[in-house]
Design a protein around this ligand. Structure first.
Ligand code: ADP
Length: 208
């Protein structure tokens, strides 16, 4: 498919069943609104949404082996190991529900993860068709996370952990953007404004 071209060709066959899978990655700093927009996009495209952050938080809440491994790292604001992430992605991709494609929300945060996920998709005859980069200033992120902290009380929204998460983003995740940009797969979405404004931009950027 042509980079930056419309996805209409993929959406139309949806009613009759997919001709091929459609995989979309949402990339951006913490607090950029990937979760909110990912849920809307997944409903709109009829594709499952997969968020490693949600999966890991569930695992911590349930006290599974995975949760016990991830808990302290997540609370500190650092990134969970590539090995753990690639393991959960492999499990997710093996599910029948993922066969038509997936909206990946914050799933790829390091170069080794980008390489690993691409290799898994390649084995399935797929690739990351589009990467939506949620573009937002640091100032806006800090104010959003501060607000979320008072509403949700997430352990990793405390100031120290937020600082670590932004550091992890800058040093480990920002290079992932360039990695996908080199392949022409990235669309930038200004992630300020109302939820509706941003959803409209997401739709326009995908040509749907
Ligand atoms: P945010 O994007 O705001 O940091 P998430 O809910 O997406 O929030 O992720 C919460 C935490 O889960 C991250 O800070 C990190 O510890 C862990 N995590 C989620 N996805 C990944 C990933 N792909 N690689 C490494 N760690 C991850």
């Amino acid at each position: 498919m042509v980079a930056g071209g419309p996805l209409t060709a993929y959406r139309l066959p949806l009613a009759e069943g997919w001709e091929r899978a459609l995989d979309i990655l949402l990339l951006g700093p913490p607090g950029a609104g990937k979760g909110t927009q990912g849920a809307l996009l997944s409903a709109r495209l009829g594709l499952p949404k997969f968020a490693t952050g949600d999966l890991l938080r569930d695992a911590v809440a349930q006290g599974t082996a995975l949760g016990r491994q991830a808990k302290a790292v997540m609370e500190s604001g650092a990134l969970v190991s590539d090995q753990i992430i690639l393991g959960v992605v492999r499990e997710e991709l093996a599910k029948p529900a993922a066969a038509g494609g997936v909206v990946f929300d914050g799933v790829v945060r390091t170069i080794p993860q980008a390489e690993g996920v691409e290799a898994m998709l390649r084995d399935l005859g797929r690739r990351m068709d589009r990467v939506l980069f949620f573009d937002v200033t640091d100032e806006e992120i800090l104010s959003r996370l501060d607000k979320r902290r008072s509403l949700e009380g997430r352990a990793d929204d405390d100031p120290e952990a937020v600082k670590r998460r932004l550091d992890a983003y800058r040093t480990q995740t920002a290079p992932v953007l360039a990695w996908y940009e080199a392949r022409g797969a990235v669309t930038r979405v200004p992630a300020v404004g109302t939820v509706d404004d941003i959803a409209r931009r997401v739709g326009e950027s995908l040509g749907i």
